[in-house]
Design a protein. Structure first.
Length: 587
């Protein structure tokens, strides 16, 4: 055990001497209050420590003790439905034990040591198992079965295994290694948060993450195992977009990280998710959700830990062969924590005061996403999708955090304040956003939804682009000066924006849209556009075409539940044909 003494305290940074035998990233206990910290820099026998708790009261000469172990998380049954702080302390357990105010220096196990789980073996006596092999199951929640894995680096034969109820610290299996040593295995393992969990092989993402959000799934899709960022100014709806992704995405598990954002946003999650049903399982969304809360009123240094804590937990479930999504809100607050610690360490600042290693730290986070062949002999595959919000000051996406993120991720959902103020949600602007997964996912959409899915979505984007170009002309000469085709383009683009892209997160039929329904809505809008152009070329009155009542029917159809919509679709198609035929002037 390495012991040192404090030389200097500067906010969350503590400098201690006598730490020559300590290692980088060791967890330490600081002062009489036993505050939790982590060594982030070593110079001779002096260690720079970032403390994850309020440092008020610490003074020169106070004792610092190294635990000799890196910052790690506990992995096992009991993670789902829980809410942790940035260093994986269970907040509900702390509230029950110590009250509503978080006390300093408290060390509470992340996993409940008293709760008993029913363990069902997946192997038998004498079976040979290797690292990553599944040796048992626990029904952790109503929506997810917890697969217990042989820890990395272990291989041998099963010497003893029992079914029954156990706590996470009790031995459930004895493993005889090749050298004859017997190793007891429990349902819990630990893993250092700064080290990515090993995989057998990395694969290219090939399946979309279906979120039920029409702007995302149709125009700017993200693949399972992909990376995306959601930048936007204050009030543009970043949190709402991320909440929608967390609620409706077709993944097995969501790890939601509240990193430096307001506490009321985490409160919304805690209130809403238990009341909402997962469209895939019919169970509560909390049955597949883990929350990491490190809000803006918590110590700034713990923001960095919260990001790594969340992604490590997500990797653990990916290794079971599940599809996992990590939602981080927001990486800008994490970057601000890096900037503060860098400044206190007196490092050479980069652009806008951020450390020169900002990009590499962001890359270390996002590169842990992906589709992988997991360790184990069964060849199971899992995906980890990473979505991070970015909160640029004043909405300026040229600032360093946004630009560094854009160089790493492959999907950019650019939020626009003018759309948010116009009550257009999600406020993802179709002219600034992009997805580099569109071509890669075209085979999946063509096979599972419709052969011409990519063609239809391409037409929508083209019409929106044409509208943007025509708006400049309209500002100068007005709509009446445009030809019939251009006026129809404006009308169709308005229908795309209002009847397709705009979505109400609080309306049951509109909050989530199935991919088949999206395709049908696109068909109705583009079919009307095509027939209006044919009618106009045959001499139909353009003013009458612009005021067809069927537009309202299409707009209302988007909020109809899918079961009813399928019956309504044929009626709207017939209504389009009837109203076009009735327009005065058609030859």
């Amino acid at each position: 055990m390495v012991q040192g003494r404090i030389l200097k305290v500067s906010g969350p940074l503590v400098i201690a001497e006598g730490m020559r035998e300590a290692n980088m990233f060791d967890v330490v206990r600081v002062g009489d209050a036993q505050l939790i910290g982590e060594i982030i820099e070593m110079h001779g026998d002096r260690a720079s420590i970032q403390v994850y708790e309020e440092t008020a009261g610490l003074g020169r000469g106070d004792r610092v003790v190294s635990t000799g172990a890196p910052l790690s998380v506990e992995l096992g049954p009991g993670l789902i439905r829980n809410i942790y702080d940035g260093i994986q302390r269970p907040l509900e357990t702390l509230r029950l034990a110590y009250g509503a105010n978080l006390q300093r220096g408290i060390d509470v196990p992340a996993l409940d040591r008293e709760k008993r789980w029913f363990f069902e073996p997946a192997v038998s006596y004498g079976d040979t198992v290797g690292e990553g092999d599944i040796f048992g199951y626990v029904q952790e929640s109503a929506a997810l079965s917890h697969k217990l894995l042989v820890p990395s680096g272990y291989a041998g034969t099963v010497a003893e295994i029992h079914a029954g109820e156990f706590t996470v610290t009790e031995t459930v299996m004895q493993l005889r290694l090749q050298d004859g040593e017997i190793v007891p295995l429990t349902m819990m393992q630990k893993w250092p948060v700064r080290r990515a969990r090993p995989i057998r092989e990395r694969l290219a993402p090939s399946e979309p993450l279906i979120s039920g959000q029409r702007t995302i799934d149709a125009l700017f899709p993200i693949a399972k195992g992909g990376t995306a960022c959601v930048p936007g100014p204050f009030g543009s709806g970043k949190t709402v977009v991320q909440h929608q992704l967390a609620k409706w995405s077709n993944v097995d598990l969501v790890v939601y990280i509240g990193c430096g954002e307001r506490g009321n946003e985490m409160t919304d999650v805690l209130r809403e998710f238990p009341e909402l049903n997962d469209p895939r399982t019919g169970k509560s969304l909390m049955e597949r959700t883990i929350l990491i809360a490190n809000t803006s009123d918590m110590p700034v240094a713990a923001r960095e830990a919260s990001i790594y804590t969340g992604i490590t937990i997500a990797e653990y479930y990916r290794d079971m062969g599940y599809d996992v999504a990590v939602i981080a809100d927001s990486t800008s607050r994490w970057a601000e924590a890096l900037r503060e610690m860098s400044g206190r360490l007196e490092e050479m600042p980069g652009e806008e005061g951020y450390p020169a290693y900002l990009t590499s730290r962001l890359a270390q986070f996002y590169e842990r996403a992906g589709k992988a062949v997991c360790l184990g002999s069964d060849g199971r595959k899992g995906t980890l999708t990473a979505v991070g919000a970015v909160s640029p000051q004043g909405g300026d996406i040229s600032e360093p955090v946004t630009q560094a993120t854009l160089r790493i991720v492959k999907v950019f959902w650019g939020l626009d304040a003018s759309l948010a103020y116009a009550r257009h949600f999600p406020a993802i602007h179709w002219l600034t956003s992009y997805s580099l997964y569109r071509d890669r996912l075209s085979d999946w959409f063509s096979t599972h939804i419709a052969k011409d899915w990519m063609k239809k979505t391409g037409e929508l984007l083209a019409l929106l682009q044409q509208e943007s170009e025509l708006q400049e002309i309209v500002k100068l000469v007005g709509t009446d000066a445009l030809c019939a085709d251009d006026r129809i383009t404006l009308e169709t683009a308005r229908s795309i924006r209002e009847d397709f892209l705009q979505q109400n997160a609080f309306m049951e039929g509109d909050a989530y849209t199935e991919a088949d329904k999206m395709y049908a809505l696109m068909n109705l809008i583009l079919d009307l556009d095509k027939k209006m152009r044919m009618a106009a070329s045959n001499g139909a009155d353009i003013d009458a075409l612009s005021e067809l009542p069927v537009r309202e029917a299409i707009g209302r159809a988007k909020a109809i539940p899918y079961a009813e919509f399928r019956a309504k679709y044929a009626q709207i198609e017939a209504q389009i044909d009837q109203e076009i035929a009735n327009v005065k002037g058609v030859n």
